[in-house]
Ligand binder design. Structure first.
Ligand code: AMP
Ligand code: MG
Length: 311
């Protein structure tokens, strides 16, 4: 399967593969038509850049310019792992795969399947998450098959459920002050001891207050974030049947459906997208997500994804 995946990638086809974060739709980072087909398959806006996955630091240096002491330190500590670093791009990396930008995000993923394919392929592989644009990211091969059931002959490598379950941290090292463009399992507190302060522009108080937000992963149902203390009255007022991502202590009475979420941050992240898919599948009239109380470490990234599920 690894050889078949490498063969297809060399032929300009795309292949769905697991990483430790989510499943991705991979193709040759230097092949314009292959990259264009990934955007087309996903219905992804052409301005939204893909992450280039590399085998090791040496390949990262063949993909970018300016892989400096900060990048070296971060790579030594976190690669393979869920940290993508944005750096100036080498011209071999096609502009269509980075939304025409002069930069590219690179990372070494920590999953034996994608690493084996990177080794067999011998070059950078760009990938977005293997879902249609705006939908929930896939964390199992079944999720990918469900997303692309209309596509014939898509090779999906099965690496089991993803360990981390939410997308990588994206750190922009191409600007004067490093900036976290997307929070992930590697947090600000992990990065600053190595390279000093980073800008965290995404941190807003939006998700601290409950409110109705239009759901973006499945247009038929509303997805809303609620505080635990407000859940009971919310459910009492809800005319239909809500699917609720809630904690053990939260009471969810019939006809509403409780999808119990773990209290451990890593387990919550791992479970989150599958839980959203389950909520979608029960044909509820609304999806409610009980806001976790904690806001540090991995919870920063989880709050970001919860906000986006309702955005
Ligand atoms: P996804 O493929 O869904 O994991 O999305 C990758 C995300 O990483 C993009 O939506 C951007 O937010 C970010 N990203 C990737 N490459 C770059 C880049 N060159 N510059 C800025 N942001 C990037
Ligand atoms: Mg995505």
């Amino acid at each position: 399967m690894i050889q078949e995946a490498a063969r297809r990638l060399k032929a300009g086809l795309c292949v769905a593969m697991p990483t430790e974060t989510v499943y991705g739709l991979f193709c040759d980072s230097t092949n314009e038509s292959a990259l264009a087909s990934v955007y087309a398959m996903k219905g992804r806006p052409s301005s939204n850049p893909l992450i280039a996955h590399v085998l090791d630091v040496a390949m990262a240096k063949r993909t970018t310019f300016g892989f400096d002491a900060r990048a070296e330190k971060l790579a030594a500590k976190f690669w393979p792992g869920p940290l993508a670093m944005v750096l100036p791009r080498r011209p071999e990396i096609a502009a269509v795969g980075v939304g025409g930008r002069g930069t590219v995000a690179v990372r070494v993923p920590a999953h034996p399947v994608v690493l084996a394919v990177l080794q067999a392929f011998g070059g950078a592989l760009s990938a977005p998450s293997a879902n249609r644009s705006g939908k929930v990211s896939p964390t199992t091969p079944q999720h990918v098959a469900h997303e692309f059931s209309h596509i014939e002959d898509l090779l999906i490598l099965d690496g089991g459920p993803c360990d981390i379950g939410i997308e990588s941290t994206v750190l922009d090292l191409s600007r004067a002050r490093p900036m976290v463009l997307r929070p992930g399992a590697i947090g600000e507190e992990d990065i600053t001891p190595l390279i000093g302060p980073v800008v965290m522009p995404h941190l807003t108080k939006q998700d601290a207050s409950p409110g109705t937000m239009a759901k973006h992963y499945a247009p038929s149902v509303v997805c809303e974030v609620v505080q635990s203390s407000a859940l009971e009255s919310k459910l009492a007022k809800h005319a239909g049947r809500a699917a609720v991502l809630a904690f053990a202590n939260d009471e969810v009475a019939a006809p509403h459906i409780k999808i119990e979420m773990p209290i451990d941050a890593y387990e919550y992240a791992q479970r989150f997208y599958a839980a959203l898919r389950e909520a979608d599948a029960c044909e509820a009239t609304a999806v409610l997500i009980v806001a976790p109380q904690e806001r540090n470490g991995v919870w920063v990234a989880i709050h970001d994804r919860i906000r986006r599920a309702g955005a």
